[in-house]
Design a protein around this ligand. Structure first.
Ligand code: BTN
Length: 328
């Protein structure tokens, strides 16, 4: 009920809403209203209480509470309600928490979001730095009708959703996607995506896609070794801070939209969006995998999202995973 109370207070703007009126509206006692107000206050909402006039909302915390980031009108498949979003102040890794939930049959569309992580995970066993309250660190559960080998496609789908959400919120910034999963601004990474899965040889049980967006990180929030290569939306936005709540809401909306586009129209609409934001194709690249390092020109995406690179002898190499460095 507290989120419904918050909604009523918001609708009133800076004016007071009486406890009695709310009690009547929800058909509960005034004490029950007061208890919910107290729980909102404990969550950081500044609510003034006056015995004569009632309650009024003076300020909201910059927290990614489910009720604040759930899209409205409601999404259809992903984060369809606040109950489908699990919020934590701090976890080790949202991917890890969501995988445990997926193992216990959590439904598709479940989201885990945290203000901070103590053991944020990046690709290839790396660490992902997630300073508390400075970014959007969340994971989404998909149960798509795909073969396990097609899982990397979801990284591309998610990258499209992030690029689109950033475009909606900050149209002047040109976020580009570096294959497969890095989002860059002015050549520096502000977002990474880590897709993990549970599968048998030919059956995909689920995918957990973790997204880390550096939103309001300052330079000092990055470890010294990353300072030259990492950025945040705030840093790229002339150091003007960006609403994490609005961006998270938009991101969940775009993920839902991209996923539905894929279910209805297959991979082509996603590839088309990916190509619109891509900064990899046509460029000279170096691709490092566990087995080899290849230099060449990035030609295109294959039907499964693999990157096709032509080396200087004219041989085409196909990569489903790897670390790409864009060359001058
Ligand atoms: C990368 O570029 O290496 C991928 C980084 C992915 C980071 C996100 S933050 C939320 C989710 N939980 C994790 O532990 N990792 C992902």
């Amino acid at each position: 009920m507290r989120w419904k109370i918050l909604k009523l207070l918001r609708a009133k703007g800076p004016a007071y809403l009486s406890g009695e009126e709310m009690a009547r509206h929800f058909q509960v006692s005034r004490t029950a209203i007061w208890k919910n107000i107290q729980s909102l206050q404990a969550g950081g909402y500044r609510i003034e209480a006056s015995t004569r006039l009632g309650y009024r909302l003076l300020g909201s915390p910059d927290c990614l509470y489910p009720a604040e980031i759930v899209p409205e009108p409601a999404n259809k498949l992903i984060a369809v309600s606040p109950e489908q979003i699990r919020y934590y102040q701090e976890v080790d890794s949202t991917n890890k928490v969501l995988k445990e939930m997926a193992d216990k049959e959590a439904p598709e569309g479940t989201v885990v979001v945290a203000e901070g992580q103590t053991a944020g995970r990046g690709r290839l066993g790396r660490t992902w730095h997630t300073p508390a309250g400075k970014g959007i660190w969340l994971s989404v559960l998909f149960r798509p009708p795909l073969a396990p080998g097609e899982a990397p496609f979801f990284t591309l789908l998610t990258a499209c959703a992030v690029a689109q959400a950033v475009k909606n919120k900050l149209p002047a910034l040109n976020a580009g996607i570096k294959w497969p999963n890095d989002l860059l601004l002015q050549g520096r990474k502000f977002c990474g995506i880590l897709t993990e899965m549970k599968a048998e040889a030919d059956l995909l049980h689920y995918l957990v896609t973790g997204i880390g967006v550096n939103v309001n990180c300052g330079e000092k929030d990055f470890p010294p070794e990353l300072r030259a290569s990492a950025t945040s939306l705030c840093l790229a936005n002339n150091k003007k801070s960006v609403s994490r709540q609005e961006l998270a809401r938009d991101l969940l909306r775009e993920i839902d939209r991209c996923y539905r586009n894929f279910l209805a129209g297959g991979k082509d609409p996603i590839f088309a969006t990916w190509k619109k934001y891509n900064i990899t194709l046509g460029r000279k690249v170096e691709v490092k995998t566990l087995q080899e390092t290849i230099r060449g020109r990035a030609l295109d995406l294959a039907a499964d999202g693999a990157l096709l690179v032509e080396d200087k002898r004219g041989k085409t190499h196909r990569f489903l995973a790897g670390e790409v460095t864009l060359q001058a």
